[in-house]
Ligand binder design. Structure first.
Ligand code: FES
Ligand code: FE2
Length: 347
């Protein structure tokens, strides 16, 4: 990637060495294991005795039972089969019935690096790459925010492109975000970021759908950006600064299955955060369900028709502003696959 320090990061980073969010912090309740998957690998999350988030491979080394089906006792995981216990480093600390058991120092279980930041629990399966920590939202100060989560049957590229593509909103979200009959002439600028690609839309007024009209007093510019390894973000700005920022972390649980953690942030104002949250949760719940439906239909269709690999160039319209770059980045063709340009579009 363009601005990545090649001394610490030769070549394209491996997504296996990236930090991926697997759960909201509040989902990881002390005393309860949480089953998750990352790139097809079952993991169990739990909190140790000090409340720190930990992750282990979700397979007891004794006879392979899933540890996520067990319990957390005093910050250690207890297997549901014969009750062996494991600490956050994967060391076996107790074998019930074996009075002579001495806890060993050698981990019997892999314990991927785990950390908790930005309201999420993150895991890195490989060796963390310097300069590629958990991707933060672009704005963290002066906002009210809340999370929405969803699982969607599709890949990272499909979901990111959908989230950042304005030209489906007239149809999939007709009336909610935009209307086909009420388009605006907008100047779009696509440029590379140090870790991704961004489209910036200038001279766009309020959108024709109800969400923009209810939520925004004015609109001066908006941005849609993708950041490696799997973050899609839209940002609307008006005369008074930030109107709306939605950051969606797209975590690949399996091939063709995503867990989405979306943070919805608005500028802090006179309206209580809880009131805004209740209203926005309903609104964006509608949008999320509409996107999930079309993404899952398209993804299932692609599988039935065995569509594989990069799409031929003629299938990218000039309106596909970010999709080809996102796919290029995820395929490791970066920065040569990124396309910087300016154009006028009817959005
Ligand atoms: S399978 Fe876990 S203790 Fe036996
Ligand atoms: Fe959408």
């Amino acid at each position: 990637m363009e601005a990545v320090n090649n001394e610490t990061n030769p070549g394209a980073p491996d997504p296996q060495s990236a930090w991926w969010p697997l759960a909201l912090s509040r989902e990881l309740v002390p005393g309860r294991p949480l089953a998750r998957r990352l790139h097809g690998l079952p993991l169990v999350l739990f909190r140790d005795a000090a409340g720190r988030a930990a992750a282990l491979h979700d397979r007891c080394p004794h006879r392979h039972a899933p540890l996520s089906a067990g319990r957390v006792c005093a910050g250690e995981l207890q297997c549901p089969y014969h009750g062996w216990r494991f600490d956050a480093a994967g060391r076996c600390t107790a074998v019930p019935g074996l009075a002579s058991h001495r806890p060993g120092q050698t981990p019997l279980l892999a314990a991927p690096a785990t950390q908790e930041v930005h309201g999420l629990v993150w895991v890195c399966r490989g060796t963390p790459v310097a300069g590629h920590g958990p991707v933060a939202p672009s704005v963290t100060e002066g906002v009210d925010s809340f999370f929405m989560t969803e699982r969607v049957r599709c890949g990272v590229a499909e979901a990111a492109e959908n989230f950042l593509d304005g030209f489906h909103t007239h149809f999939v979200h007709a009336g909610w975000i935009r209307r086909d009959a009420r388009r605006q002439t907008v100047q779009a600028t696509v440029r590379r970021l140090p870790d991704g690609i961004e489209a910036r839309y200038g001279n766009e007024g309020l959108q024709s759908g109800v969400i923009s009209r209810w939520l925004e007093g004015s609109r001066s510019e908006s941005m849609g950006r993708f950041r490696w390894p799997g973050v899609a973000e839209i940002e609307y700005r008006g005369a008074r600064g930030l109107n709306l920022l939605i950051t969606a972390w797209l975590t690949p649980e399996d091939d063709g299955m995503l867990r989405v953690h979306a943070r919805v942030a608005t500028r802090r104002g006179w309206l209580p955060a809880a009131v805004k949250r209740a209203a926005l949760r309903r609104l964006f719940g509608v949008i999320l369900r509409q996107d999930k439906a079309i993404l899952e239909q398209a993804s299932a269709n692609a599988a039935v028709f065995a569509v594989r690999g990069a799409l031929p160039p003629e299938l990218h319209s000039p309106l596909d502003l970010l999709g080809p770059s996102i796919r290029g980045m995820l395929d490791g063709r970066w920065p040569e696959a990124s396309v910087e340009r300016e154009c006028t579009v009817q959005l």
